[in-house]
Design a protein around this ligand. Sequence first.
Ligand SMILES: Cc1cc2nc3c(=O)[nH]c(=O)nc-3n(C[C@H](O)[C@H](O)[C@H](O)COP(=O)(O)O)c2cc1C
Length: 307
Amino acid sequence: MNLQVEVPGRKGGLTLANPVMTASGTFSFGLDRHVFDVQKLGAVVTKTVTLHSRAGSAQTRTAETPAGMLNAIGLQNPGVDNIVRDLAPRWARWRIPVIVSVLGATIEEYGEVAARLEGVDGVSGIEVNISSPNARRGGMEFGQEPDTAAAVTDAVVRQTTLPIIIKLTPNVTDIVSVARAVVEAGADALCVINTLQAMAIDAPTRRPVLGSVFGGLSGPAIKPVALRMVYQVAGAVDVPIVGCGGITTGEDAVEFLLAGATALQVGTASFVNPRAPLDVIEGIQRYMAEQGIEDVRELVGAARLAP
Ligand SMILES: Cc1cc2nc3c(=O)[nH]c(=O)nc-3n(C[C@H](O)[C@H](O)[C@H](O)COP(=O)(O)O)c2cc1C
């Protein structure tokens, strides 16, 4: 049974032993003690890193919702130089690729963070976060408008030879126009989607629950929205799509493949079941065995109707 998928790049792409990655911000930097062997994943995508370290948002940073959660972590991270010095040498010993998620406060800063990762042993790709609803500067504001999203992509493309995945926000009127613009600007792949902007209010205290008032909704609650967006984007561009949003089981993952995703990310599910990414891989294998599918790539887009 073949589970291997490829994400192309300008100077050699990424080969994933299976299509399952961790979603940024839900698996830290992959170096904590985990309940399964990290090397069984297709790839690890790190927490988003910025040029300088960030302390993150005020408490409260997370809240449970029916079938999901809200988060407003605020991109707490030690800054790109510390990552390169302290963590990349450890990733360099792995056999699976590590994709570093990046964010800038300005368009130029996105390029600057990407430049610091160029040629670093242990870093195999870059995921560009133009979709975080939790960045006071940078993030979602860059991903909501096609021209700005393309300008960020261009700034990163100029600074790196690594494969570039642009992570899109669902908080737009038309995700397809943003997808087309970033592909035109040189994106090698797209991650669809980041969290939906949302909030919670505590009735007894009559106050917003999250310290930063608004946060991002994730988990099973957003899966149908993510699936719809993957389907739409896959019909509009010819680069691989990394599906993300509410994937909890192998069956969920298969649905994203059928919608047109080539690879997948598991996020919130890991907070409920720390073994979730591995369970998703095993669930895909089970589905393939049951359906007599030899190659996972046969599933990609198989539910798509003729336009
Ligand atoms: C606690 C938490 C932190 C997150 N941090 C990041 C982040 O740093 N960068 C990013 O691009 N996405 C971040 N996300 C979004 C996830 O990567 C993912 O896009 C989203 O949660 C939808 O997938 P899921 O429903 O499987 O969690 C975060 C999500 C959660 C729940």
